[in-house]
Design a protein around this ligand. Sequence first.
Ligand code: PBG
Ligand code: ZN
Length: 321
Amino acid sequence: MLIRPRRLRVTQSIRDMTAETRLSPSMFVYPVFVREGHNIIEDIPAMPGQKRYSPDTLPRVLERAVKNRIGGVLMFGIPEHKDDEGSEAWRDDGAVQTAIRTAKREFPDLTVIADVCLCEYTSHGHCGLLNGNKVDNDSTLEVLAKAAVSHARAGADIVAPSDMMDGHTAVIRSALDAENFADTLIMSYAVKYASAFYGPFREAAGSAPSFGDRKSYQMDSRNVREAVKEALLDVEEGSDIIIVKPGMPYLDVLKTVKDAVNVPVASYCVSGEYSMIKAASERGWLDERRIATEAAFCLARGGADIIITYHALELSEWIRE
Ligand code: PBG
Ligand code: ZN
């Protein structure tokens, strides 16, 4: 007897009914860049279609996010002034803090996630405080905690530390609890590789390091066991959700981490992945819609409960059609 797996593929309706993986707008998180200032909507050349918004113009794009019922938005800040300590990161009237307050006022049900890091705020562009030419893990922790509390105070539902300092989740958790933010979640970038795929983001956020690289704190792309170690530590320290980043080139990492932890796992489909799709589509070499949808399915199949993607708005429209 001939066994025919192909039978499951004979009609679109049967393929849909039997599909092993599904996408829903509620699993998408849309990253947005918030720039200090007023009345700004600015193109990001390396990321066609993405823009920098000032806190007062941001609601225009948030409205589309709400209409599409996406899972949430992830905010990155671009301050006017940077210093050695990145002190704008914990200013209660900073760009992101202001944007969070506006967003929660206009769209109370929209989940707002605040990225917590120093690289957008430090004059040297590193994710932590420097001691000489080295990023100093332990002194950075207090500063990250101050930034996290400031975002929680502004109304963030979730804080997302992307610094890759050891012990960040524990320190942020106890700082949040001490300030009565027990219900603020931590979605930590537990597994974040030192990756060239972040190139366009650094242009978007003006956060490229002024010297050296991030290899002393971000992970080595040759490793996967180390990802499990990082993920388990962050979960133990109190992460509610963990992020694996980048997305598609790291599907094996995503799958391995997913199988090792008991919390939701988010995959971050990063700026370089977005820009590659955009560039090839602009040349007519790839079909943007089909590629972006396939990529999202692949991430979901690989274990992503949540997908952080610059295509979040389009994807939620496309999958509804
Ligand atoms: C900052 C941060 C980065 C990204 C998210 N948070 C950049 C970096 O580590 O250099 C990358 C996002 C992307 O490329 O889309 N710590
Ligand atoms: Zn950083």
